[in-house]
Design a protein. Sequence first.
Length: 298
Amino acid sequence: MLRIGIDLGGTKTEVVALNEQGEELFRKRVATPKEYVATLDVIEALVFEAESILNQTGTVGIGIPGVVSPFSGLVKNANSTWINGHPLDIDLGRRLSREVKVANDANCFAVSEAIDGAAAGEFIVFGVILGTGCGAGIAINGKVHGGQNRIAGEWGHNPLPWMDTSELNSTHCFCGNNDCIETFVSGTGLVRDYKLAGGQAESGMELSLKIEAGEKLARLVFERYIDRLARSLAHVINILDPDMIVLGGGISNIDEIYQLLPKALPKYVVGGECRTPVVQNMYGGSSGVRGAAWLWQS
C-alpha cells in the first residue's frame, strides 16, 4: 500500500510517499501559498505528482499546525491562519476523490516516532516539539489520540507548574493567558530568559552553542530551563504516565538534555521515582510528514 503524507507548514509544504515497510519512495518540498484555494491547489498537485511518478494511487494524510474541530468540521487554531474556518479534509477529499485524514502536526510527530522511530513499539508515546513554539502530541498503539475536543497533547498552554514568585505573571502567551509552559520551555522562551539575564543571543541555535561551550551565564540559564522542563513533563507523567517521551524541535539537539532531565524528573513526579525514558527523535524534521503518511496505517 502506498501512503502519502503532507506536512502543511507556514512557509513550506512537503510531501512524502512511503511503502508498506515505511521506506521513502518520493519526497518534494515547495513554498506554501498564504491563501486557502492556492494551498489546496499545491497539495493536490503534490499528491498527483507523487502518484504519477510512482504509478500508484495512495492514501493521503495531512499534518497541519492546528486541528479540525469535531463540532464544526472546520480548521481552528492554525497559525497558518488562511486555513482556519475551512473544511480542509472535505475540500481535499473532493479534489482527490478519496477520504483524507487530517491531524495536528505534533500528533503526526508522535505517530511517526511511535510507528518506526525512536519509540517504535511503545504503547503510549508523548511527543514534544521544542522549537519556536512548544507543541505536543499523543500516540496510543501507533494511532493519534486526539480526544473529544481534538486538543489532547496541548500541554504547552497549561501554566508552568510549581512557579516561584519570580515566574508568576512574568510571561504572556499568544493564546491570551499568562505563564504558559510554551513561554518558558520553547526555544523562544529559552532565548528570552537568557536575554533577561543579560546575555545576547538571537536564536536557540546560537544559545545552544554557548551552552555547549560552557559559558557561565548560558549554563545557569540552561539549568533553570531543565528544571522548568522537568516540572512541565512531570505533570504529563503524573496524568498520562507514557511509556516514552520523545523530544523534537531545535532544542532537542542539545545532547545534555538527555543526561540532566532524567535526574530532575523524580523531584516532581508523584512518589519521587521516575524511569520514564526521554529520548531524541529519530527522523528530525521529517517526523511530521512521515507521521501524516502513517495516519493510514493498518
